[in-house]
Design a protein around this ligand. Structure first.
Ligand SMILES: C[S@@+](CC[C@H](N)C(=O)[O-])C[C@H]1O[C@@H](n2cnc3c(N)ncnc32)[C@H](O)[C@@H]1O
Length: 269
């Protein structure tokens, strides 16, 4: 059975809905995917691997930029992500396949299989696979990783009523975060370029429904044992409503980082 922290992602519609809330409530008007891909030439990429692909959020932005004959291989632990992932890639005229797989220490592809590997908000769930990424890349291959900042946790913890350092989310993010991502990647790539995506989510008094839906999605990551099928605990709802009415708005930091990596190194270099 998959870890409860992964349960929110087994329902693509719920994941897509929270993704739309994040977009609506972001102060940064730019789409993070455009920032991540701006000036990143992927036109020669023919074999692409998207680890922890979810419903295809990043694959959808990558597809129109890769070679016309490219195939994007999506990997996710939840089978339900297959249809939306395949549809999003096909909408841009690229081929796609989907592997339902729990990513761990090893990847089941030979050396040098891919021109591009993507981990969009996913590598922290399976950071142990990192040495495998340069191995499955071609020598000219590139790796694209997006991640969150550890510093974004306290605002969320306050709204939910968690006393730091509670919450599994912080320990998960700490495996590959905006703060340590560059040094982790430096061991495995000769060139690591970082692009910052400064952002905050702002929920005003009239946006309580968005706030509660956002908290509902995030709660399994913050309160171990809590299930997405459960109602939000009354204490969390009350706290969120009270804070929102006292402050007029609630601000949650969401400063992400993008790492664009070239010159893969293997274990033996
Ligand atoms: C935060 S979502 C990101 C999804 C997508 N890449 C995006 O940018 O929206 C993380 C995804 O990684 C998947 N995931 C987490 N751990 C995994 C593992 N060990 N193996 C395969 N997929 C995993 C989850 O099911 C989820 O779809």
């Amino acid at each position: 059975m998959e870890s409860p922290v992964l349960w929110p992602y087994r329902s693509p519609p719920a994941h897509e809905a929270v993704s739309a809330i994040i977009r609506r409530r972001s102060t940064n008007a730019a789409d993070v995917r455009e920032i991540a891909l701006d000036g990143f030439d992927l036109s020669l990429a023919k074999r692409v691997l998207d680890l922890g692909c979810g419903f295809g959020f990043m694959a959808e932005a990558v597809a129109p930029r890769v070679a016309p004959e490219a195939e994007i291989v999506g990997v996710d632990v939840w089978q339900a992500n297959q249809p939306p992932f395949l549809e999003r890639v096909a909408a841009h005229g690229r081929r796609a396949s989907f592997n339902c797989m729990n990513v761990g220490w090893e990847l089941p592809w030979p050396d040098g299989t891919f021109d591009l590997v993507i981990c969009s908000y996913s590598l922290y769930f399976f950071a142990e696979v990192l040495p495998e990424i340069p191995r499955v890349l071609t020598p000219n291959g590139t790796f694209l990783a997006l991640t969150h900042s550890r510093r974004d946790f306290p605002a969320l913890a306050l709204i939910v009523g968690l006393s730091a350092p509670g919450g599994e989310w912080l320990s998960i993010i700490s495996r590959f975060s905006a703060e340590n991502g560059g040094s982790r990647l430096g061991r495995w790539f000769g060139q690591v370029e970082r692009v910052n995506y400064p952002n905050t989510l702002v929920f005003g008094r009239d946006e309580i429904d968005d706030l509660l839906a956002f908290l509902h999605f995030k709660l399994p990551l913050l309160l171990p044992g809590w299930q997405p099928s459960d109602e939000l605990p009354p204490g969390v709802c009350e706290r969120a409503r009270k804070l929102l009415s006292m402050r007029g708005k609630l601000v949650i930091e969401k400063n992400d980082a993008v790492f664009r990596c070239r010159k893969p190194r293997t274990q033996f270099e």
